[in-house]
Design a protein around this ligand. Structure first.
Ligand code: FES
Ligand SMILES: [Fe+2]
Length: 447
């Protein structure tokens, strides 16, 4: 199908109770190209945690869309972000995922840069017979358009024309705070690395975190295992969640500006949450209401590339689009700095049990993503219908829960757990349309 204007693909008619998304949004290589140009390359993206590069000269490599990026900490402790591409012939200068180096020397012809991005050596420069114009040129690594951080989460933008980070985050700061306030001395990314690719569009993972509806079917085998463990079979040291209890709580979702969103569940088994052991201490720092929110299961999305999730344990998951049908995912699990060995071990076992590619949930999810991606090949299917649960009781603005903690969502929804709201997907798709339209019209992404 020839490309249509962006709003064709998201059939968004709130006054008529209609919200549908065309399957090409997940499937079309042409739309994927435009997403890279008009979304990823023109807005803030999550890059890393400051605690991943704590020491002078530490660095970490990542991507904004398809653009390789390196984030460094210089000798004075200052953070910098650059395109990870040599000025000579374009090779990636930093080839490892992470490291510590006073100088970054390009493997190809040996040009070298310091952690501030300054070019400090052009191999055999003095015998090169370079013309004056070359000497007058700048040879430093190209800095990102913007780099900033909030509570240790580092964000960057290729374009300088973005709102200040704190304005852009808006109420998402509340959900970041709920992660980062869980330890009296702050939180750290627990060492280790989880990275994998799946055969599905990047928005599949983004949506999956906003999709409580899939849990009892896609993860049915995990529920059955939990049930057997509760009866004393199998690995009884592993978490034994009572999924029936989880069906008795309230659920809700908020839509925020700039495509950010969050779904939440009231907590069914607070004693199984890793924060429970220290909840009294947490209350003294953040108050009873915020402490209660920490116990709730939450899954917030920073559009376009980060999940700030606390379903089992607090994690950050970032997705890197590779093609319309392939995505790389990296996860970090967070724990309080100075946490006891016992609590740390429980936290890690909970993480591994559910979230990891070697755990019980992630393989289910990436299997169904691949199934969807195959199904999107069915040319007879146009608009998908999985975006409407909860729409009948959606409220404009903040509901009672949001007002209690000072949130200002655009819309709120709440219901019995089995409502399984799908409204957490609306904000990302509305922002998708906004940014794709602005790009196609030759307008700035942000006025
Ligand atoms: S490409 Fe880096 S030195 Fe030539
Ligand atoms: Fe899942």
């Amino acid at each position: 199908m020839a490309l249509q204007p962006a709003r064709f693909y998201v059939d968004d008619r709130p006054e008529e109770g209609v919200f549908r998304v065309h399957r090409d949004v997940y499937h079309s290589p042409e739309l994927f190209e435009l997403e890279m140009k008009y979304i990823f390359e023109r807005t803030w993206n999550f890059l890393t945690l400051e605690s991943q590069i704590p020491k002078a000269n530490d660095y970490i490599t990542t991507f904004i869309g398809r653009t390789p990026v390196v984030v460094t900490r210089d000798a004075k402790g200052q953070l910098h972000g650059f395109l990870n591409a040599c000025r000579h012939k374009g090779a990636t200068v930093c080839r490892l995922e992470k490291g510590n180096a006073k100088f970054h020397v390009c493997l190809y012809h040996g040009w070298a840069y310091d952690p501030t991005g300054k070019n400090v050596s052009i191999k055999q420069r003095e015998v090169a017979d370079y013309p004056a114009a070359f000497d007058a040129d700048n040879h430093d690594l190209i800095p990102l358009g913007k780099l900033d951080s909030y509570r240790g989460l580092v964000f960057g933008s290729l374009s300088p024309d973005v709102p200040p980070l704190l304005d852009h985050l808006g109420d998402l700061k509340f959900f970041i705070d709920l992660h980062m306030d869980q330890g009296p001395n702050g939180m750290e990314a627990i060492p280790g690395r989880v990275a994998y690719t799946y055969r599905g569009n990047w928005k599949m993972q983004l949506e999956n975190g906003q999709d409580p509806y899939h849990v009892d079917t896609a993860h049915g085998s995990f529920m059955a295992i939990s049930e057997r463990r509760r009866k004393g079979q199998g690995n009884v040291a592993a978490p034994q969640l009572d999924w029936q209890k989880r069906n008795e709580v309230q659920i809700g979702a908020y839509e925020f500006p700039y495509g950010h969103t969050s779904v939440w569940h009231d907590v069914a088994e607070p004693e199984r949450r890793p924060t429970f052991a220290t909840i009294e201490e947490i209350k003294t720092r953040v108050g009873a209401v915020h402490a209660e929110w920490m116990l709730k299961q939450r899954n917030a999305v920073f559009f376009p590339n980060l999940q700030i999730a606390d379903q089992i344990v607090p994690i950050l998951r970032t997705f890197r689009p590779i093609s319309a049908g392939v995505t790389e995912l990296r996860s970090m699990v967070l724990g309080p700095i100075g946490e006891s060995d016992d609590l740390r071990a429980t936290r890690l076992r909970q993480f591994e049990d559910f979230v990891n590619p070697g755990g019980y949930a992630t393989p289910d999810d990436i299997t169904v993503f691949a199934d969807c991606q195959v199904g999107f090949g069915a040319t007879g299917v146009d608009f998908l219908q999985g975006y409407s649960r909860g729409l009948g009781v959606m409220e404009q603005g903040a509901n009672e829960e949001a007002r209690e903690v000072g949130l200002h969502p655009l819309t709120s929804v709440k219901g019995h757990r089995t409502q399984n709201t799908e409204l957490g997907t609306h904000a990302p798709f509305r922002e998708w349309v906004r940014l794709m339209e602005a790009g196609a019209a030759g307008k700035k992404a942000y006025e």
